[in-house]
Design a protein around this ligand. Structure first.
Ligand code: SF4
Length: 419
């Protein structure tokens, strides 16, 4: 039996903990636990880290294998390579006999080895990680998984050893598919996930039934784009509604705007309370540059409709395309107001390693960085970085002020988006 620790390091930049966790990190813990090994899980994005405590725990629990996830920006989480490298160094300086494996999106997109680790897995494939574990720890035997549906559902109860997850024990995540076939040029995910792999209808129903029995109430479907196959998404919603599994749940999901009214009605009926839309811009020329296929008129109508039936909407936007001007920013602002989003996230265009945009950059612009924000200073857009940030901040403050009363009324009428 191995004594393993699966670790998610602290993000490079401080972020207030927001419910969520890495699915692969939870999955590895589940697989090792199910195979009869002792597993301790740490997520330092929501736990305090103290080096002496960490090292003592390795000693006291006779840990002989540490598996560390090196994450990347993605859409929801953060790069955490600094703390990850610090962990590897601390372990190897103190207990060189402990095997350390590094894996994760950061390793996939940079293709680089994590110094001092026994092995860096550079593929986004659970079997490649399991194979790596067996290479460095000869006592562990793990069978490869034969397809996406043969993966075990994550053991959510294992996470309860971490105080933050114990405290938020009505929240959890579920994955119905991985990947997205859309072509957005800024999307970093293409750097580690090229194809689209869905779970079967039966697998998803079984997962929903399990989390229903376990008493989870606030569910985030973590698929990059739940509606990438709209008919499949509708089939799932119909299934969970018919079986009454999600009657007491509040579900959040991410979607592109290529949906329809029927989907929104089905979503509301199934307990979907939050839909996060990646719209990116209110200007058609910029959408063409992003290779984001959106009919803005139709999107506006659908988002207003979602709002009218009590679904909380989140709009995600990006400023900083090469042709961005104050006029195009105003078009985006106008679009946001018309849609009446409940929450708005505006990011500065980030050329992230793994994305098509990053691959187009000249080495002099990258200067060894894994990402580069577009700004006038580096010639990637027309406005200085500080001006972009100031514009975003002032718009967001004013927008929430304008939206406040309507949002209060919506909550009074339809309840909160989560409990
Ligand atoms: S819709 Fe675009 S940004 Fe979102 S996951 Fe798909 S390709 Fe990436």
């Amino acid at each position: 039996m191995a004594h393993a620790m699966v670790v998610y390091p602290k993000p490079n930049e401080y972020k207030k903990p927001r419910f969520g966790f890495s699915y692969n990190w939870a999955l590895l813990g589940t697989i090792l636990h199910d195979a009869g090994h002792r597993v301790i899980s740490h997520d330092y994005s929501c736990e305090d880290f103290e080096r002496p405590v960490f090292l003592r725990q390795l000693w006291e629990n006779r840990i002989d294998l540490v598996i560390i996830e090196f994450d990347s920006f993605g859409l929801k989480r953060s790069e955490n390579e600094r703390h990850g490298k610090h962990l590897v160094q601390s372990i190897k300086e103190t207990y060189p006999e402990i095997s350390v494996i590094a894996y994760g999106y950061y390793c996939c997109i940079t293709g680089s080895d994590i110094p001092l680790s026994d092995l860096t897995v550079k593929q986004n494939d659970i079997n490649a990680i399991l194979d790596g574990i067996q290479q460095v720890h000869k006592d562990i035997l793990l069978k490869p998984y034969d397809g996406f549906d043969s993966l075990p559902p994550i053991n959510r109860l294992l996470l309860q050893s971490i105080p933050y997850f114990r405290k938020n024990n009505t929240y959890t995540l579920i994955e119905t598919a991985r990947g997205c076939g859309n072509t957005c040029v800024f999307c970093q995910r293409k750097g580690w996930q090229q194809g689209y792999i869905p779970h079967s209808y039966d697998y998803i129903m079984a997962e929903f039934k399990t989390i229903h029995h376990q008493g989870f109430k606030n569910i985030w479907i973590i698929d990059e784009n739940f509606t990438f196959r709209l008919e499949r998404a509708k089939q799932i919603l119909a299934g969970i509604t018919e079986q009454g599994i999600t009657k007491d749940m509040k579900i959040a999901l991410s979607s592109w705007a290529n949906i329809d009214i029927e989907f929104l009605d089905m979503a509301a009926k199934a307990g979907v309370k939050v839909i996060s839309f990646g719209i990116e811009s209110g200007n058609e020329g910029i959408l063409r540059f992003y290779r984001k296929n959106i009919d803005l008129k139709k999107a506006e109508y659908l988002i207003q409709y979602a709002d009218s039936i009590g679904i909380f909407t989140i709009g995600n936007f990006i400023i900083g395309a090469p042709m961005e001007t104050l006029d195009t920013i105003n078009e985006t602002a106008e679009f946001i107001r018309k849609c009446s989003f409940d929450q708005v996230n505006i990011k500065t265009l980030d050329y992230m390693n793994g994305s098509e945009l990053y691959s187009r950059l000249h080495k002099d612009t990258i200067k060894g960085e894994t990402h580069v924000f577009a700004c006038k200073e580096n010639g990637l857009t027309t406005l200085p970085l500080r001006a972009i940030i100031a514009l975003k901040d002032s718009f967001i403050t004013a927008y929430y002020q304008e939206r406040k009363q309507r949002l209060e009324k919506k909550i009074a009428l339809h309840g909160t988006p989560y409990d």
